[in-house]
Design a protein around this ligand. Structure first.
Ligand code: SF4
Length: 582
């Protein structure tokens, strides 16, 4: 290990400005508290906005309102608002916490609650004066926004299925919870700024008393760090797209340990050709008891050797690319203080979406409820917010969020089933298992109007794209094919668009890069099939490829495998010939 304070690399040269902001922030305080108290100010200054991410907050502005004018013709200022993200290890949300979030989105947000692609919950459209109350109320439900964003360990994901046929799923959840606990920052800034003690008093925010921050030091990590835990037959949380993935190895019904995958990542910066998406590499096998120390050692290696001079190439995947897996592994072993075993042959083999009714194995059942784009809301036709409110308030069950942005209602007595089905039907919710395969697995990031980085629409146009693709698949007789489509409004890739069968990434206004050749398992990168595809041309562009797939696929071959086998040039030539099915 290097000498000196955690986070101080012996070889660093010119630090990125954000490193100074973190270092001088008094353990993530900055001047957030004083700016929060300034009632006149509807936003935070830039450095504080960066620090706020560690507290689970993104400062945004209503993109739909940009450019609007006042009555006198002058341009209106930005309509600032905040996204408030709750960190939920393993996606486990007590029923009362879900009810509280549903109330909060009505009182302080835009009346929608969004399940994130990483099993968190997001309020959108919260104005500055309501931030503190919203955060306090979230914390009163035993959850927190602290650590949901920022240069630290983000939400630790885990397969959320409440399966009790054996202890394996509960053990995976325990590992995820233990990693989240070990890797949470120790600073007391969050409590001081946002929370009250039992007597309703805020702690003194003007007196800074540093605490030991043994993992993160004064600069925290060079960039965000993401972790997921899954089983080979069910990679529902997409672990190979994260910095750290733990794949449970089960033998004779017992969890033996984990294969450790490192260096996955989806984000790309358009202006930086040196950035790229990757799939995580298999590094080692560890016992269950070693999962937490190994996760910590990996984070510490990243802390000390990640690139702190260029945030665009700071993620762990770039360190892996520079070092190679062998050097990385031996450095992790050095930090761990002992060697790790070579990887077990186990690999990802399947993905479940957990929709519909399932036995838990303990006499009770769980129900996966499909939520389009993870957006819980009341529309004219579909009122998922009211339905969930009524069901959870009536039965008091616990809930879990999936990585495909759906809700699992857990611990259901068989005698409740028919009433729950009736409530969902009354609120216009079609059972997930009756949805088309492509819709069940589809995912889109929020993009416009809330995300400051979005270049194109994503969530708002995805339902229309799915309508078109469902019609095409039906015409081809391919309705039952498991085809995954993920869409984002910019190359940052929040909805993981670089590894599914079909990926759509916003490139410029109204136009997308279309990726093909990934797969549902999430263990292969897709290739750039067509660039600058206008929104209205997405379905017509895919149509001849789907026809080609129908006509020339091998037995049992998936769409992604077919595209990967044929390759870009062959598929493009098919496109040029108009997809005539020759
Ligand atoms: Fe925003 Fe881009 Fe992430 Fe979508 S992928 S939420 S547009 S940063």
């Amino acid at each position: 290990m290097v000498d000196g304070n955690p986070g101080e690399s012996p070889t660093e040269v010119k630090l990125d400005k954000s490193e100074f902001v973190k270092e001088e922030s008094r353990q993530l305080r900055g001047t957030i508290a004083s700016e929060l108290a300034e009632g006149e100010l509807d936003h935070f200054t830039k450095d504080n906005a960066g620090l706020l991410k560690h507290h689970g907050l993104y400062q945004q502005d209503n993109r739909d309102a940009r450019g609007q004018k006042n009555e006198d013709g002058s341009r209106k200022g930005k309509a600032f608002m905040f996204m408030v993200r709750t960190r939920i290890p393993g996606g486990r949300v007590p029923g009362e916490s879900l009810l509280a979030h549903l109330d909060l989105c009505d009182r302080y947000g835009n009346e929608t609650l969004r399940i994130t692609s990483r099993q968190g919950l997001q309020l959108h459209g919260v104005i500055k004066q309501n931030l503190q109350q919203a955060i306090r109320e979230i914390n009163q439900t035993q959850l927190t926004t602290f650590g949901a964003c920022g240069d630290i360990e983000r939400n630790v994901m885990c397969c959320p299925a409440p399966v009790r046929h054996s202890s394996v799923h509960d053990q995976l959840q325990a590992t995820a919870a233990d990693i989240a606990e070990e890797l949470k920052p120790r600073t007391t800034a969050y409590a001081e700024i946002w929370l009250e003690d039992d007597q309703g008093n805020r702690e003194n925010v003007s007196e800074f008393t540093p605490v030991d921050e043994p993992i993160y030091g004064s600069r925290y990590l060079p960039r965000k760090f993401k972790t997921g835990v899954a089983l080979p037959e069910d990679n529902c949380v997409d672990i190979l797209t994260y910095d750290l993935g733990l794949l449970g190895v089960v033998e004779q019904g017992e969890l033996r340990g984990y294969n450790v995958f490192v260096g996955g990542g989806q984000g790309v910066t358009p202006s930086a050709a040196k950035t790229f998406p990757t799939i995580a590499q298999k590094m080692s096998f560890v016992d269950v008891a070693d999962a937490v120390p190994v996760a910590r050692a990996i984070v510490e290696v990243f802390r000390d050797h990640g690139n702190r001079s260029d945030r665009k190439t700071a993620r762990l995947k770039y360190l892996l690319a520079n070092w190679g897996i062998e050097r990385f592994r031996s450095t992790v072993e050095e930090y761990l203080g002992r060697p790790m075993s070579d990887p077990h042959p186990a690999d990802v083999t399947g993905v479940e979406d957990h929709l519909g009714w399932h036995s838990q194995g303990d006499g009770r059942e769980y129900l996966g409820v499909y939520i389009e784009n993870g957006r819980i809301k009341d529309d004219e036709g579909v009122r998922s917010k009211s339905a969930l409110r009524k069901i959870v308030a009536t039965y008091g069950m616990s809930t879990r969020m999936t990585a495909q942005q759906n809700v699992l209602l857990c611990d259901i007595e068989p005698s409740w089933k028919s009433e729950i089905d009736a409530i969902l039907a009354d609120h216009g919710i079609i059972p997930g298992e009756q949805r088309s395969q492509i819709r069940r697995l589809a995912m889109a990031c929020p993009a416009l109007p809330t995300c400051g980085l979005s270049i194109t629409e994503s969530e708002r146009v995805m339902p229309g794209i799915l309508d078109g693709l469902e019609a095409e698949l039906s015409a081809c007789g391919l309705d039952d094919e498991q085809i995954t489509i993920h869409m984002t409004g910019c190359p940052n890739g929040c909805a993981r668009p670089y590894s599914p069968d079909i990926g759509l990434v916003g490139k410029t206004a109204g136009k997308y890069t279309l990726f093909l050749g990934g797969n549902t398992l999430g263990n292969r990168l897709a290739f750039n099939f067509q660039d600058l595809v206008p929104l209205e041309e997405i379905v017509p562009t895919l149509s001849p490829v789907l026809t080609y797939y129908r006509d020339e696929r091998d037995d049992g071959e998936s769409f992604g495998d077919f595209c990967d086998r044929k390759g870009r040039d062959d598929l493009v030539s098919r496109l040029d010939r108009g997809g005539d099915g020759e």
